[in-house]
Design a protein around this ligand. Structure first.
Ligand code: PXP
Length: 246
């Protein structure tokens, strides 16, 4: 089974465009859960461009499934995570000027720093995932640092247009997911996944969870969030089951 975690950042982006109270990302989280999401993801960025501290408090109080707090590894946000106690933190690289997270984190470059971070989170019962490129060096580094999970970056796979290149990147993702699973890590995947390119990803049974935001919100604008989440959950379940039969 592969479960769906819904990222609600974009609701906060639309809300912040007018500085008011709607659409409320907390309401979005509740609707997503009722429609079948297995977890809620939000990213508290250093510049607070979408999710604000108060949103995170309210999301923490209302989430019934599991809260995955995406965050850069900076001291202020680490302290907030340790106070908020999400079930999971996903550590991502964060640059101020980027439109969204661009590429995976280099865990291999700073293993001692990330080992310390894992141990702080574990002391509070918080699991740790690192958002990395699909390669063995980074996965090995996550194991050494004491991670519970890796989230494999699917952005490259999602952005490619040539079939041969897509096939090669898909093979990369599959190999990496299986490698991470066999190393004892739980495996997530995300970035740029939509109602088309997610189908094939569901044939990688070493993946436990998908983290999806933008395409769900885009569909929700036309059909409503409940339908958007239900359609994605059904798509994931259908394509997982179809690939299990092959
Ligand atoms: N996973 C991570 C680590 C991310 O940074 C993002 C973007 O916020 C996502 C998943 C979701 O990506 P998308 O919005 O393209 O579905």
């Amino acid at each position: 089974m592969i479960t769906l975690n819904v990222n609600v950042d974009h609701f906060a982006t639309v809300r912040n465009a007018r500085g008011g109270a709607e659409p409320d990302p907390v309401a979005a989280a509740m609707i997503a859960e009722m429609a079948g999401a297995s977890g809620i993801v939000c990213h508290l960025r250093e510049d607070r461009r979408h999710i604000k501290d108060l949103d995170l408090d309210r999301i923490r109080k209302s989430v019934q499934t599991k809260l995955d707090l995406e965050m850069g590894a900076n001291e202020e946000i680490i302290e907030i995570a340790l106070r908020t106690i999400p079930e999971l933190v996903t550590i991502v690289p964060e640059k101020r000027q980027e439109l969204t997270t661009e590429g995976g984190l280099n865990v291999a470059e700073s293993i001692p720093r990330f080992t310390k971070l894992c141990s702080k989170m574990h002391d509070k019962g918080i699991e740790v995932s690192f958002f990395v490129e699909p390669n063995e060096e980074q996965i090995d580094a996550c194991v050494v640092a004491g991670a519970d999970m890796v989230e494999l970056h699917t952005g490259t796979y999602a952005n490619l247009r040539r079939h041969d290149e897509i096939d090669a990147e898909f093979a990369h993702l599959k190999r990496s997911a299986e490698y991470a699973r066999s190393a004892g890590l739980k495996v997530a995947a995300g970035h740029g996944l939509n109602y088309e390119n997610t189908k094939r990803i569901c044939s990688i049974h070493a993946i436990n969870e998908l983290s999806i935001g933008h395409s769900l919100v885009a569909r929700a604008m036309f059909f409503g969030l409940e339908t958007a989440v239900r359609d994605m959950v059904n798509l994931i379940n259908t394509h997982y089951a179809l690939s299990a039969k092959k």
